[in-house]
Design a protein around this ligand. Structure first.
Ligand SMILES: NC(=O)c1ccc[n+]([C@@H]2O[C@H](COP(=O)([O-])OP(=O)(O)OC[C@H]3O[C@@H](n4cnc5c(N)ncnc54)[C@H](O)[C@@H]3O)[C@@H](O)[C@H]2O)c1
Length: 394
């Protein structure tokens, strides 16, 4: 066996922006055979399948039919967050390994069900938080966990996108669905990246979350106004007393020098880390202005190969799936892939906590909602019961 037979479930924006390159133009393409696709949206299913010659009898509107009819080794679940659990669990039950784009799920109930199914079936599940493969994050993780900076105390992380990401009036729309920014929040879409990267580095368990949401810009858009948050500040308290503010939004002017503007400063007992996520080291100046290029994330190389951590993060998961299916995956690597942190449980917990905080919050000024503190142990107790509180060390 030298290739994995992969069924792709959902072929919307993330496939257009990232995964089509992984499947067909990356250093990992030679281990991937995309044999079938399931997506109820005719336009997206036909776009992908026509472009990549997926035969008519391998195109499905329903993933269950695909799982029944096609011989597969793995699936990738590129559906909206609240639809991750069903196709993931069905795939694991069918004996397949599964890649899921971040976040694991929209709720801890879904994330827990996915993790429990993976454990019970003995299949592998990989959550594609691509920042985990960013060399700067990996280096920070190794150095922090080597004890170089002492104990994490307080940190601030920023991830601010251009307005065009959330604006349904932008032509072409960035996401496949016009109501994307109403169905998602900066928390579900952006905070999860930064919360996950931070937790990977410090390996601490979150215990409380409180969010503040700002809704000034999106409601003023026209002709389609968006009922949603422009900006959110999520404060996470960790078990050791440390605190982090994760500030995310999608309303930077479209003239910004990059689609996403990011940075982080973490203060620790013996030093600090400044993660220059904002300064990948490549600016271009041309007739349209000055722009930042991030060659670490997604690189279109001269020979057509697409590289960068956006590609290598899921690519390395498939390499491990292939090794496991050949009986060659090291036991320690398998175990390290299946911890709650690696499977994104705590990030799903922060996400659900932050959204619950805002839902129960009060409008303290025009367009500003101050959320209530959410005790994450109580949340898990309520949603999953005492055994899960224990399993996840809360
Ligand atoms: N890695 C990243 O940085 C990154 C970037 C963007 C999106 N994402 C994640 O990828 C996932 C998909 O996001 P998107 O932006 O592509 O959304 P999207 O709305 O553009 O596409 C989702 C696709 O899933 C299809 N779909 C819906 N229900 C389905 C079902 N039951 N079975 C099969 N297909 C179904 C839709 O028809 C659509 O084509 C989300 O979880 C999102 O958070 C990750």
């Amino acid at each position: 066996m030298d290739k994995l037979k992969v069924g792709v479930i959902g072929v919307g924006s993330v496939v257009r922006e990232i995964y089509q390159h992984l499947y067909y133009s990356s250093d990992f393409s030679d281990i991937l055979d995309i044999v079938a696709v399931a997506d109820p949206n005719d336009e997206y299913r036909n776009w992908f399948c026509d472009t990549y010659n997926i035969p008519a009898d391998r195109r499905f509107t329903d993933h269950k039919e695909m799982l029944e009819k096609v011989d597969l080794d793995a699936t990738q679940i590129n559906t909206p967050d609240h639809i991750h659990a069903g196709p993931t669990i069905d795939s694991l039950e069918a004996g397949l390994d599964v890649v899921v784009p971040k976040p694991t799920a929209a709720t801890v109930k879904d994330a827990h069900a996915m993790i429990e199914t993976a454990k019970r079936t003995g299949r592998l599940m990989g959550i594609d938080f691509h920042k985990r493969e960013d060399p700067r994050i990996k280096e920070a993780e190794a150095r922090y966990q080597g004890g170089r900076y002492g104990e994490f105390q307080v940190g601030v992380w920023y991830m601010l996108d251009k307005l065009m990401v959330a604006d349904p009036n932008h032509d072409p729309m960035f996401f496949a669905t016009a109501d994307f920014a109403e169905k998602n929040t900066p928390i579900s879409f952006l905070t999860v990246h930064m919360a996950d990267a931070l937790m990977k580095i410090v390996n601490l368990t979150p215990v409380e979350v409180r969010a503040t949401g700002y809704s000034h810009k999106l409601p003023s858009l026209n002709p389609i106004a968006v009922k949603g948050y422009d900006l959110a500040d999520t404060e996470i308290r960790f078990k050791n007393g440390a605190a982090a503010h994760i500030i995310t939004g999608w309303h930077l002017p479209n003239t910004a020098h990059a689609t996403t503007v990011q940075s982080s400063r973490m203060v620790c007992s013996e030093g600090l880390l400044d993660l220059g996520l904002d300064t990948p080291g490549f600016y271009e100046m041309h007739a349209e202005g000055l722009f930042q290029v991030n060659p670490l994330f997604k690189n279109f190389e001269k020979d057509g190969t697409v590289t960068g951590y956006g590609i290598s993060s899921p690519g390395r998961m498939y390499q491990k799936f292939l090794a496991a299916q050949k009986g060659e995956l090291d036991g320690d690597i398998r175990a390290s892939m299946m911890t709650p942190m690696e499977l994104g449980f705590y990030t799903a917990l922060v996400l659900e906590g932050a959204e619950a905080s805002l839902d129960a919050g009060t409008e303290i000024a025009d367009g500003v909602v101050a959320g209530v503190p959410i005790d994450l142990k109580d949340l898990v107790m309520r949603e999953l019961g005492p055994e899960a509180v224990n399993t996840y060390g809360l």
